[in-house]
Structure formats: C-alpha cells, structure tokens
Write a protein that binds this ligand. Structure first.
Ligand SMILES: [Zn+2]
Length: 131
C-alpha cells in the first residue's frame, strides 16, 4: 500500500476499520491444568476421609473442602502436606482467628518464625514467645 493511501485514515476522513476484539483469557492454560489437578486432589482427600480435621466451635463435622494450612501460592497450593479437610464453618473460623489458628496448628505463617516480645512490669522481665 503506497503511503499516500493512508493519509485519509490519519486525518479522520475515512471511517476507521475496527479490528474484532479478542477477549483476554480469564485463566492461563497452566492455571486451568492446575485447577483440574486441585479439584482431583479435593475429591481424593474427601473420599479418603470425609470428616473435618479442624473441629472448632460450630463444626459441621463433614468436610466440604480443603483448608490451606500455608496460604495458597503456586509452590504450596497443590501440596497435600499443606492441606486439611475442613467444613465451611471451620474454614471461616481459621480465616477469622489467624493467631489462634497458628497456635493450634491449623495454619502456618508464611513469615515463620514470629517472635512476640512482651515486657512484664511485675516480673521485670522480657518474655519472648515464638508462634
Ligand atoms: Zn469443621
């Protein structure tokens, strides 16, 4: 196409031909494969044992999904060592009580170890607690 043919388009004299919009993928192919693998792991673990592993106040006893002991990341979300069977109630409980969940072993901080330093005025001592 000679260069002078493009001038009317640049000047806005001819209607611009719009290209068909291609939607952006919601998930990459890699992510779709991982999601299928995750669903398979959930089905396997719940088939092995359908009971909730967390058992906090209001537990519904029957697990409906998996709780990620270590927050979901590409390195940990398919690793069975970091998954626990959980009912909806217990899964919510863990999210609402993060420190208690760490103390009870339901969650592991990504930033381990955490040390809490408290100065006790009566004992005149520094207490270092590792969570
Ligand atoms: Zn439960």
């Amino acid at each position: 196409m000679p260069a002078y043919d493009r001038f009317p388009i640049k000047l806005g004299l001819t209607p611009k031909v719009e290209k068909a919009k291609k939607p952006i993928k919601q998930r990459s192919e890699k992510r779709v494969k991982e999601q299928k693998e995750y669903v398979k792991i959930v089905k396997e673990m719940l088939a092995e044992n359908p009971n909730c592993d967390i058992r906090e106040d209001g537990c519904q006893t029957v697990a409906t999904g998996l709780h990620h002991v270590k927050k979901r990341s590409p390195a940990t979300w398919l690793d069975k060592r970091w998954l626990k069977r959980a009912c909806d109630n217990c899964n919510s409980w863990v999210e609402l009580h993060p420190l208690e969940a760490i103390k009870k072993g339901h969650s592991v901080s990504k930033h381990l170890p955490i040390q809490v330093t408290v100065i006790d005025p009566e004992l005149k001592a520094v207490i270092v607690e590792q969570i």
